[in-house]
Structures are given as C-alpha cells and as structure tokens.
Design a protein around this ligand. Sequence first.
Ligand code: GUN
Ligand code: ZN
Length: 434
Amino acid sequence: MTPKQTLLRGRVLDFSAEPQDPEDTGAYDYIEDGALLVADGMILAKGSYGELARQAPQAEVIDHRPHILMAGFIDTHLHFPQVQVTASWGSQLLDWLNNYTFPEETRFADGAHSAEMAGHFMDLLTAHGTTTAVAYCSVHKASAEAYFDAAAARDMRMIGGKVMMDRNAPDGLLDTPVSGYDDSKALIARYHGRGRGMYAITPRFAITSTPAQLEMAGALVQEHPECYVQTHLSENHDEIAYTAELYPQARDYLDVYQSNGLLTEKMLLGHSIHLQPREIDALAETGAKPVFCPTSNLFLGSGLFDDAGLRDRGITNAIATDIGAGTSYSMLQTLNEGYKILQLQNQKLHPLRAFHWITRGNAQALGLEDKIGTLEAGTEADIVVLDARATPAMDLRMQRAETLSEELFVLQMLGDDRAIAQTYVAGKPMKPVS
Ligand code: GUN
Ligand code: ZN
C-alpha cells in the first residue's frame, strides 16, 4: 500500500543560501501559489500547486492560503528543566543560577515530574513553531530519558543531553566524573540515532565541573565523534572571573574546554559574548559554533553578542532562545530582540537573513541541512505555517506592507505563537486542526 499523501497548499518560502542583503532574491524560492507533497514524514516534492495537484491527484489537500509555508524553526540552545523558572526576577547569571535555577533543577530527580515537564516542553516548542531543539536536561539521567521519550512520542528531531556537573551546586544536583561519564555513555547508547533523537555531550560550564570531570567529558567526545558537545562560554563578567580563579592554568575561558579536547566543529558554545582575540582565533580554526541568545542576554543583563565581528572571521553563529533565562519560546521573538541587540552595535539583521538563520542557518550550524531547515524534496517534513495578520496590530500593519520582506519583518518584530497557524512535525499537524 502506498503511504497516504498530503498536499499542503500555501505561499511556499524556502531558502537555499544565506541572503546577503534584503534584495538577494537568488537565495530563496518563493512560490505564490505553492505546495508541498508530503508522505511518510518526508517532503516528496515542492512546486506550484497546479503542477503537484496534477502529479498527485489522490493526495489530500490542506489549504493554508494565504499563509506562508516555511521550514520548521530550530532552537539551538535551551534548558528543558527550566520551564518553570522563566521570568524569575532580579538577578544576573550566577545569582540567578543559585537562587532559582539550581533549586528548580533538583526536582528533576523525579522521573514522573521530568516526564510531565518534558511533555509540556515539547508542546510549547511546537506551539511556537519550533520543530527541532538542542536542550540541556538536568544532571539526572531520568530527566534525559523523559526528554528523549517525549520527543520520540512526537517523532521530533531533538538533540539533548544530561548536564555533567560535579561541583559548585546543591548536593541534589551533582554527579561525579565517573557517574557523569557512565550515565552519558548509557544515554548515548540508548538514544543517539534512535528514531530522530541525537545526543549532545553536555558539561554544563567550567564553574560546575572539576578538571577531572572535563577530562572525562573529553574522553566521551573522543569515543563519540558522532555526538554534539554543548556548554556555556563567556556569558557574564563575574562568571569569567570565577572561571579564571578555578582554572589558573588556562590561557582563557575557552582554553578550559579546548585543553580537554572538547573544542570541535560539533561544539555549540552558548552566549560567547565577552571573547578574547585568542578565543576568536580558536573558534575560527576549529569551526565550533557560538550561540547567540538575545532574550536571555537582555534578561540577565549579560552583554551584546558581536554577530558581525564573529561572522567576519568566518565563524558560523547559531541563534537560540535559552529558556529559562530566555523569556520566550518563540524564535520570532528571539529575532525581534536579536535585531535590537545588533542595532545597539550598528549591525543589521534584515528579515531574509533572520528567517534563513532560524531555519537553514541553524540546520547548517548543526550539520543537518540535508535533513531539516529547508523544504527540499527528500528532507523531513517539519513545516511551519505563518500568519502575518495573526493579531489586530499585525493585521493593521500588514495593510501597509507591500513586499515579502516587509511581511517577514512584521513577523520578525511582532510575531509570536499567535502567528503560528500550524506546525507539522514529520508531516503531522501538532496544533488542533480547524
Ligand atoms: N551557565 C551555566 N548554566 C546556565 C544556565 O542554565 N543558563 C544560562 N543562561 N547560563 C548558564
Ligand atoms: Zn544556557
């Protein structure tokens, strides 16, 4: 029996390269009356509606006009056990971790609590148009199991890992160099490559790992080059000063990771705001990826990410929400705040590059552009349906919008989950179908 085919009809927008300026029409396909033919979780074809309807007359047609069909959004850094600490008042990074975040994460020792929160987490992501994310779980193995099981239940391509942390946190939140290694190893064996799941080896950051633990993390990276590696780098001045105290031998913050063999092109470095010239050289040489987290950087008062400076060095920057220091699950709101952070530095984030970034750009940062981030035939059917008139304010603004770029900029600045008319994960709608 041939699998059921679905034809999604709408205004198809699909990037094939990073747009260099607002007029760079060669970087994307835009099909006004377009369609995507989907079956078995995959995109079989992209084209004009008329052509694909003739090609697949038996397909069920779902008409999303006048909305835009785009690849699902990709969030490259956030924390699943922080769903109930977003919007916690008043502190910068280290106090915020100690006062709110660490106590909260101790609750994820409980498998039932982890499972309940993992369900909410996945549902929030898809409600906001995010179909792939790279998340930190808590130190507890049970939290990572809950995370991957919830992703598998929805057939989502999700990346994650249990944090390794063995000092400078409450007792209920500490592993040891050996247990952190063993638990990570068992999770990799069970979840990496199972369905759409992928594992990220996750030493939380320099402050919460002993040198012995980072050495064990380095062994894991060597034994599992197929896995991602994620951590935090140079987010906050007090964090940087404390790291220098804890690692007096290190040349700089990044060297703490580099000297343990963690720095490869599979490494995602959350924040990377206050960097030394040597650290930037090392990022450029290794192909590791800094991750820009705009709403978080503003919320914690961490600083201004130098997107243009790093890009000029040939470095590929990813972009992310960083829930729960980030204040929105929405990659649209992330672009909004990102635009403003770049404005403060006289840098520009035009809407074509912005939408490329949260789709194909983040997929490229993950080395997954052959699977997600575009609407190419043969890729996975993770698709978002965007409504630029979702709220009264957006509708009023749209009455004066004349170009696709203007419409995208309205979505970038004013959009949130209300602008997500539907999200398809592996071809299945995740929002109620009206
Ligand atoms: N650095 C170490 N852990 C964290 C975290 O949970 N959130 C943020 N924003 N920075 C961190
Ligand atoms: Zn983080």
